[in-house]
Design a protein around this ligand. Structure first.
Ligand SMILES: Nc1nc2c(ncn2[C@@H]2O[C@H](COP(=O)(O)O[C@H]3[C@@H](O)[C@H](n4cnc5c(=O)[nH]c(N)nc54)O[C@@H]3COP(=O)(O)O)[C@@H](O)[C@H]2O)c(=O)[nH]1
Length: 726
C-alpha cells in the first residue's frame, strides 16, 4: 500500500511567499495547507492533524511563538520548523525552547528548505516507529506477564546456584507458598525428600533445546494453613510433571560447555488429578470392589512371587480355596444387597484369622482364596483352615437377619501339590469341591484322587450339554391323590436324565449344574413342551386329571420370554391353560417380587394356576401370598415326615394348614409315606396328597394305566402294586 504523503501546514502573512511555498512543496509530493495568519493557523492545527508546520514568527494577529505555545499546551503532535526573517540568536533559541524542531532564516534556498523538511519528516518517522515498537513491546510484555501469571502451570526460573529468581503466582494456589517466600530460596525447599535426587538431575544437568528435561515426575511439598511444610509424602504433597531447560549467557564460546550457565527455567504441571485417577484404575485392576480385597490378578501375582521366594529358601506355601456353603440361598432369598453385605462381613472375619504377610482375595461370587507364604508344615495350613471355619460358624447379623453360612475349604501346598500359581489354585479348588460334595463344610488337603471326582463333574457338564440334542431327558409323572387315596386329582411332571453310562439321574444330580452353566432355560422349555403335549393326549383320551404341575427353576422366572414360551406351547398343543399348574418355590418369588407378580399374573390370565412348592422352608415373608395369583400350597416333605399323630395343634404343619384354609388355597402335602401321615392329613382337611404311599413318579405308560384305572373307576389296588417302583 503506497504511504500517504506527509501533511504540511505553511503559515505566513506574506501571500507571495505563501504561494511559492505551496507550489514548491506540492511539486515535491507533500500535501500542503496554508494559513495567512496566526488565528487561521491555530484553527487548522485544532481541527486537523499535520506532520509538520512551517511557521513564520512575525504575524500581525497571533505570532509564531503563540502558535507554538498553543501546540505545546494542547499536546498537538505536529513538528515545527520556524521560518523567520529575524536572525537574532535569542529568537532562534526561544523558538527551539518553545518546541521548534528547526529554525530557517529568510531568505532561504528552496533546496535548503526541502532538505530541512526531509530531515524533520524522517526524524519524525523514526521517532514514531520507535514509539510504535516500544508500545508493542509494552503490550507484548503485558500479555506475557498475564499469560505467565494466569497459567495453570507453575513457571519458574532458577539461578546458577539453584535459587528461585522468578516464580509465577500459580505457585501460591498450588503449594501455598507466596512468591516472596520462595524468591532467593533453593529449590530443595520445595522438593520432597525422596525426590531430591531426581530434582538434582533435572536442575543441574546443563540441558538445552531438544536435550531439555521433559516430563519428569516430582513430588513437591505444600504448605498447610498453619504455615507448616509437609516433609513426608502425604496427601499434602503434590505430584508435578516438570520440565527444565538450561539458561546460558550468549558470551563465551559457541559450544555449550564454553558458555556460562546462568540457571534453569521451566514449567511444573500439577498432575495430582491424573495420578489419583491412575491410582484408582490401578486399584480397580487389582482389587475386588465389593470387599476391597485383592482380586485374582493380584492374588496370582503375589502367589508367583511367594513361590519364587519359597523355591529359594526351600519353604512351603499354602493356597486355600474357600467356598461358602449357604451363600446362594441367602443371595437368592434376601437379595443382592444383603448378599453383598454378607460377603463383606465374611471377608472381615476371615481376615481376623490371618497374619500380616498372608493374603486374602475374593475371586468372585462366594469364592475366596487365602495365600499363606512360608509355612513350616502342612499342619500350619490346617490350623488356619480350622480357625476360618470356626470364625464363620457363628451367625452373621445383616440387616436384622441372622444368617448362617458354613465354609468348605480346599488346601493345596507348594511344592507337593503344584509348582505354579495356576496349578495350586486349581488343586485347592478341586480339594474344596471334594469337601463340598462329601461333607459340605470343613477343610481338606488336595490329593490326586480328588481329580477323578472333579473330572466326573466336568464330564457331567459336558454330558448335560449333549443330553438335550441326544434326547436323553425323560419325564416321569407322580400322581396327587385326594385324601382318601382313591381319586387322582393332579399329576406332577418330574424331569429325569437317562444317562448313557450312569443310568437314570434325578434332578438333584443335575438341575443345579444346569443352572450354573446356563442350560436350565432350554431344559425347562423342553419340559413345558413335552408335558403339555402329554397332558393334551390324556385330555383327548378322557383320562386327564384336573391339573398337571410343572416345576420352574429359580432362573426361569427371570427369563423375559417365559410367559410367551408357555402360552405358545399351550397354543401349539391346543390345551387350555386351566390344565396347567406351575410349581415355584417361595425363595424364587421373593427374589424379585415385582417381576414375579408381573409374570405370574400374565400366566394366570391364561387360566394357569400357581403352586408354592416346599412351602414353609424359605426365608421369605408371607405378604406375597396376597399379592400373587396363588392357587395351591404344597407342604414340604420335611413337615410331613415330622408329623407326630398324638400331638395336635402346635406344630408348624398345623399352622400351615390353618393358614391355607383361611386363604382359601388348595393344600397338597408332599412326601406322604405312611398311612398314619395320610390319616392325620385327612383329618385336617388337606385337599391333596403326593407320596410313595400312593405312587412313586412313574414313566408315561405306567402313569397312563393309573389314569385309565381311575377314569374307568377300576380298583386302584389292581394297578398300584405295579406302580410303586420308579
Ligand atoms: N426346574 C425343575 N426342577 C425340577 C424338575 N423336575 C423336578 N424338579 C425339582 O427337583 C426336585 C427333586 O425332584 P425328584 O428327585 O423328582 O423328587 C420328587 C419326588 O421323587 C420326591 N418324592 C415324592 N414323593 C416322595 C416321598 O413320599 N418320599 C420322598 N422321600 N420323596 C418323594 O419329591 C420330589 C417332588 O417334590 P416337589 O417337586 O417338591 O413336589 C423337585 O423338588 C423339583 O423341585 C423340572 O423339570 N424342572
Amino acid at each position: 500500500m503506497p504511504s500517504q504523503p506527509p501533511k504540511i501546514l505553511a503559515v505566513d502573512d506574506e501571500p507571495r511567499l505563501l504561494a511559492s511555498l505551496q507550489q514548491l512543496l506540492a511539486l515535491n509530493g507533500y500535501e500542503i495547507t496554508t494559513a495567512s495568519n496566526g488565528r487561521t493557523a491555530i484553527e487548522q492545527l485544532r481541527t486537523n492533524s499535520y506532520d509538520l508546520a512551517l511557521i513564520d514568527l512575525k504575524m500581525p494577529d497571533i505570532n509564531g511563538q503563540r502558535i507554538m505555545r498553543y501546540v505545546a499546551e494542547n499536546d498537538i503532535r505536529t513538528d515545527i520548523i520556524v521560518i523567520s526573517g529575524e536572525a537574532s540568536f535569542e529568537t532562534a533559541v526561544e523558538a527551539l525552547r518553545l518546541g521548534a524542531h528547526d529554525f530557517l532564516l529568510k531568505p532561504y534556498a528552496p533546496e535548503q528548505l526541502l532538505k530541512r523538511i526531509d530531515n524533520t519528516i524522517e526524524r519524525r518517522r523514526l521517532q514514531s516507529n520507535a514509539i510504535d515498537i516500544q508500545e508493542r513491546l509494552k503490550n507484548s510484555e503485558k500479555l506475557h506477564r498475564f499469560l505467565v501469571n494466569t497459567s495453570p502451570d507453575v513457571i519458574y526460573v532458577l539461578n546458577g546456584e539453584g535459587c528461585f529468581t522468578f516464580v509465577n503466582q500459580r505457585i501460591q494456589q498450588l503449594l501455598g507458598f507466596t512468591r516472596e517466600e520462595l524468591i532467593g530460596k533453593h529449590y530443595t525447599t520445595l522438593v520432597h525428600d525422596d525426590d531430591l535426587e531426581l530434582a538434582r538431575y533435572a536442575f543441574n544437568e546443563r540441558r538445552t533445546g531438544t536435550r531439555a528435561t521433559h516430563n519428569l515426575e516430582l513430588r513437591l511439598r505444600t504448605k498447610d494453613n498453619n504455615g507448616h511444610t509437609h516433609k513426608s509424602f502425604s496427601t499434602s504433597a503434590m505430584c508435578v510433571e516438570l520440565n527444565a531447560t538450561g539458561l546460558y549467557s550468549n558470551t563465551g564460546g559457541t559450544r555449550e560447555n564454553e558458555r556460562r550457565h546462568l540457571g534453569t527455567y521451566g514449567v511444573a504441571r500439577d498432575i495430582s488429578g491424573r495420578k489419583q485417577a491412575e491410582a484408582i484404575i490401578r486399584y480397580q485392576a487389582y482389587h475386588d470392589l465389593l470387599t476391597g480385597l485383592p482380586n485374582r490378578t493380584l492374588f496370582k501375582d503375589r502367589l508367583s512371587m511367594d513361590i519364587a521366594q519359597a523355591k529359594r529358601v526351600g519353604q512351603m506355601v499354602a493356597v486355600m480355596f474357600i467356598d461358602l456353603d449357604r451363600f446362594k440361598i441367602v443371595n437368592d432369598t434376601l437379595g443382592h444387597v444383603i448378599g453383598d453385605q454378607l460377603l463383606r462381613a465374611v471377608g472381615r472375619r476371615v481376615q481376623t484369622c490371618l497374619r500380616e504377610g498372608d493374603t486374602l482375595a475374593r475371586l468372585g461370587g462366594d469364592e475366596f482364596v487365602v495365600l499363606l507364604p512360608q509355612i513350616a508344615n502342612r499342619e500350619s495350613a490346617a490350623t488356619v483352615g480350622r480357625k476360618i471355619i470356626d470364625a464363620l460358624t457363628p451367625p452373621f447379623v445383616v440387616d436384622q437377619h441372622e444368617l448362617f453360612v458354613g465354609a468348605s475349604i480346599g488346601i493345596a501346598i507348594f511344592p507337593s501339590d503344584g509348582n505354579t500359581d495356576e496349578e495350586l489354585i486349581k488343586n485347592a479348588d478341586i480339594a474344596m469341591y471334594s469337601v463340598k460334595n462329601d461333607t459340605r463344610g470343613g477343610y481338606s488337603f488336595y490329593t490326586p484322587k480328588m481329580e477323578t471326582k472333579f473330572s466326573q463333574h466336568l464330564d457331567l457338564e459336558m454330558g448335560l450339554r449333549r443330553a438335550l440334542t441326544n434326547h436323553e431327558f425323560v419325564i416321569h409323572y407322580q400322581p396327587q391323590f385326594d385324601t382318601d387315596g382313591h381319586a387322582i386329582c393332579g399329576i406332577e411332571a418330574l424331569l429325569r436324565w437317562q444317562h448313557p453310562e450312569r443310568g437314570l439321574l434325578y434332578p438333584g444330580d443335575f438341575i443345579h449344574l444346569a443352572e450354573e452353566v446356563g442350560l436350565i432355560g432350554y431344559m425347562t422349555e423342553w419340559v413345558i413342551d413335552t408335558s403339555i403335549r402329554q397332558m393334551k393326549t390324556w385330555v383327548d383320551a378322557g383320562i386327564a386329571p384336573a391339573r398337571m404341575a410343572i416345576n420352574l427353576s429359580a432362573l426361569d422366572l427371570k427369563r423375559s420370554n417365559l410367559v410367551e414360551e408357555i402360552t405358545q406351547a399351550l397354543d401349539r398343543h391346543q390345551l387350555a391353560g386351566q390344565y396347567i399348574e406351575l410349581e415355584i418355590t417361595e425363595n424364587l418369588i421373593v427374589q424379585d417380587i415385582n417381576i414375579a407378580t408381573q409374570r405370574l399374573t400374565a400366566l394366570a390370565r391364561h387360566g394357569i394356576s400357581i403352586a408354592i412348592d416346599d412351602f414353609g422352608t424359605g426365608y421369605s415373608s408371607l405378604s406375597y401370598l396376597h399379592q400373587l395369583p396363588i392357587h395351591t400350597l404344597k407342604i414340604d416333605r420335611s413337615f410331613v415326615q415330622d408329623i407326630v399323630p398324638e400331638r395336635s395343634g402346635r406344630s408348624v404343619i398345623d399352622a400351615i394348614i390353618a393358614m391355607g384354609h383361611s386363604l382359601e388355597l388348595t393344600i397338597v402335602a408332599e412326601g406322604v409315606e405312611t398311612e398314619a401321615q395320610r390319616h392325620w392329613l385327612a383329618q385336617r382337611r388337606c385337599h391333596g396328597m403326593q407320596g410313595y404311599l400312593f405312587s412313586r413318579p412313574l414313566p408315561t405308560e405306567d402313569v397312563a394305566r393309573l389314569l385309565e384305572a381311575t377314569a374307568t373307576r377300576q380298583s386302584l389296588d389292581a394297578v398300584l402294586p405295579g406302580v410303586g417302583r420308579e
